[in-house]
Design a protein around this ligand. Structure first.
Ligand code: KG4
Ligand code: ZN
Length: 335
């Protein structure tokens, strides 16, 4: 059997996921989402590790079963080495090692951020090199210059909060449920983005900062609520639209600057925040105006998923890039 069949595992945050890829084609992408964190208003690391421990084997079983391949035909086992929550990563790494050891096949470590970028090669249309990928999620905000499948460089990133975190934290201040990003998106559709003015933080170079807006919203709400206790309820749509406007504006300023600086016209977006309808329409408008080619993967491959880990693993397999059995996770792994 000359097929390259890889089992890939993702467990860096709060999704437990497994995928089978055969000869570069992702056959499935099984994801168990952890709902346990909702009532805490954010991911609780200890609970995430436990949920991975419970979900991982069933998720892997389903991935293997639904792919129709025999587990003895697996050529390698891939896993997310980082960045992510240490306890969550440990569950995935330990499982991957044991499974690879049992089957007597190589182990492939994957950088989660690289995988977010390579998610663009799961389905058509695929971007051509070089392109710039804006990765925006609850844990990351990065501008990545992508020269080849395994040749990429971070050219800008957040110095503090991720943009998804800014959505979620300001949503919490508005009393909205977690995760707040999609809720802000929904209210923003009917609001006036210019109703209130929130800060557009400008960092040097291509870096971002999203922590200022949550402090600004906090003080703004505190002052308004003294005058009118119903201020949030009466203005929720305008508040959401105005917050979202500032966040998107900050993303776009640096993206435009990066494309200009590197003379690149292909743009890709990745990560959970790429579901935001305001971000999508702004990107589409700017792409038309500036002649950019825009690549947005299916939402399934934007959020954390093992399909993207599998895709990255396929390229590493072709390069013969395998890990040793003493490999350990790295919570703050760099791209
Ligand atoms: O990629 P993801 O599922 O997980 C990681 O953080 O890695 O991203 C989750 C983030 C959350 O912060 C969530 O609020 C945000 O993506 N998000 C959105 C939308 N959908 C998800 N933010 C704004 N608008 C949305 N429609
Ligand atoms: Zn992610």
């Amino acid at each position: 059997n000359k097929d390259i069949s890889i089992l890939a595992i993702e467990s860096s945050c709060d999704e437990t996921s497994a995928s089978i890829i055969v000869n570069g084609k992702v056959l499935n992408n099984i994801v168990a989402t952890q709902s346990v964190h909702e009532k805490y208003g954010g991911v609780v690391p200890e609970l995430a590790s436990r949920a991975h421990q419970e979900n991982l084997v069933p998720v892997v079983q389903e991935a293997i079963f639904s792919s129709g391949i025999d587990k003895r035909d697996i050529s390698a086992v891939a896993f997310t080495r980082g960045p992510g929550l240490m306890g969550s990563l440990l569950v995935g790494v330990s499982f991957a090692k044991a499974f690879a050891f049992g089957l007597g096949v190589p182990l492939i470590e994957i950088n989660h951020m690289q995988a977010h970028v390579l998610a663009h090669f799961i389905e058509d249309p695929k971007p051509d090199f070089p392109f710039i990928c804006l990765t925006v999620s609850g844990g990351h905000t990065q501008l990545v210059l992508v020269r080849d499948f395994l040749d990429m460089e971070v050219i800008g990133e957040t110095r503090d909060d991720a943009v998804g975190e800014a959505f979620d934290k300001t949503a919490k201040l508005l009393g909205l449920p977690y995760p707040g990003g999609p809720v802000i998106d929904k209210f923003a559709k009917n609001g006036n983005p210019k109703a209130f003015k929130f800060p557009i933080t400008r960092m040097p170079g291509l870096d971002y900062s999203f922590s200022g807006i949550k402090t600004a919203v906090l003080y703004f709400l505190r002052d308004e609520l003294v005058k009118n206790p119903k201020f949030i309820d009466e203005n929720i749509e305008d508040l959401c639209a105005s917050i979202q406007y500032s966040l998107i504006k900050m993303l776009m300023i640096k993206l435009e600057k990066a494309l200009e600086e590197y003379q690149i016209k292909s743009v890709a977006i990745a990560g959970g925040v790429s579901a935001n309808s305001g971000l999508r329409s702004t990107l589409e408008r700017m792409a038309r105006k500036n002649g950019w080619k825009l690549f947005v993967p299916s939402f399934e491959y934007c959020t954390d998923n093992a399909g993207m880990i599998a895709m990255a693993a396929h390229y590493k397999y072709l390069q013969g890039e395998f890990s040793t059995m003493d490999v350990a996770p790295i919570a703050k792994m760099k791209l």
